[in-house]
Design a protein around this ligand. Structure first.
Ligand code: PLP
Ligand code: COI
Length: 339
């Protein structure tokens, strides 16, 4: 991997050497298999293709300052995949199987874990799909669980540089009591109209409002929203958003930095009161928000007037990435070194 341009990696797919797979048949998971093929062969009537029986996860492996490779809170991803599987009636991937597959996929592709200091990391994508043939709407009897990895740069291309976002007034991502808390492909398909509308208007992504009342901030593209005011970290409570592991971690870190934290409904108008705002997630890491445009009211909310991230956002970013890259003590036991 000499001469590889790690510093300019996009958040995209880059072929690595191996991926791992496991098949659920006759009511049980089979052995883990390793392959170098980038393709899967599935029945044309597979439930994943027709009825969206598909869930995925996203986590990263980080090359530390000490050269070692760390995973961040992988058990939480394993648990969330179980939550997603239950949500759309798929076979659950046991935590141990998830662990074995993720660790193996990273280990086998160790050379693709970007060097420390490049700002890049190895993105791990576990995927669970219904592979059995059905034509009626019902859960598949068979599933494929696979894990591939790919080296990535930051999702929003300038890393910690603030981006502009647009509130989606025309399209919803997920309904209350719908599938919003599950990491299932359908939610991302549902987000595309809003995303493309935002992009076409020159914004990095769309911010979704609660689908019922259209009053409260819900999801921030492929990330959770947070706002900072009066030494308080505020993040939406909603029954239609993904429970972000990054957000959960930031809440803890913020508390330990002496901030107050609030997980509650966040009305759109409150945007005017935040000193700083951002999006957080595995891919997004912490992306500061410069401006939010609300086409419903024509209002523009500004957070970073000089084009730089705010001091609290920066402090949180340094702390969380410091733990992930092994620069800081990990008093929470969130990281696991892959030996
Ligand atoms: N919200 C959505 C819709 C996402 O796709 C993601 C990414 O996983 C997140 C939030 C952030 O979650 P996490 O911090 O667990 O990656
Ligand atoms: C992640 O942060 O892992 C995500 O899933 C975002 C992804 C949809 C690009």
């Amino acid at each position: 991997m000499e001469n590889f341009d790690w510093k300019n990696l996009p958040f995209g797919y880059y072929k690595t050497d191996y991926n791992v797979r496991c098949y659920f048949r006759d009511g049980k998971w089979g052995p883990l298999e390793v392959t170098d093929s980038e393709y899967i062969s599935i029945h044309m009537a597979a439930t994943a293709l027709h009825y969206g029986q598909e869930a995925f996860e996203g986590l990263k492996a980080y090359r530390g300052k000490d050269g070692r490779i760390r995973l961040f809170r992988w058990e939480e991803n394993a648990r969330r995949l179980i939550h997603s599987a239950r949500g759309i009636y798929m076979a659950e991937v046991p935590v141990e199987l998830f662990k074995e597959a993720v660790f193996k996929a990273v280990k086998l592709n160790e050379k693709y874990v970007p060097p420390y200091g490049t700002g890049a990391s190895l993105y791990i994508r576990p995927l669970l799909i219904g592979s059995g043939a059905e034509v009626g709407v019902k859960p598949s009897p068979e599933y494929i669980f696979l894990v591939f990895v790919t080296p990535v740069g930051p999702y929003f291309k300038d890393g910690i540089k603030p981006v502009n976002m647009m509130i989606s007034r025309d399209f919803d991502r997920a309904a209350p009591q719908g599938t919003g808390t599950f990491k299932v492909g359908g939610n991302y398909a549902a987000s595309l109209r809003a995303l493309m509308a935002a992009k076409d208007s020159g914004y990095a992504t769309a911010i979704f409002l609660d689908a019922k009342e259209k009053k409260y901030i819900d999801e921030c593209g492929p990330a959770n929203f947070f706002g900072i005011k009066n030494n308080t970290y505020v993040t939406p409570k909603s029954e239609s958003i993904l429970n972000s592991i990054t957000n959960m971690s930031l809440i803890k870190v913020a508390e330990d930095m002496g901030m107050r934290t609030e997980r509650r409904r966040v009305p759109v108008e409150e945007l005017a009161e935040f000193e700083e705002a951002g999006a957080c997630g595995t891919a997004a890491v912490i992306t500061p928000i410069a401006k939010i445009f609300d086409p419903g009211t024509g209002k523009v909310y500004e957070f970073c007037k000089n084009g730089n991230p705010g001091p609290v956002t920066l402090k949180l970013y340094k702390k969380i990435t410091g733990i992930q890259y092994g620069e800081e003590e990990d008093p929470y036991g969130w990281t696991t070194v892959i030996e």
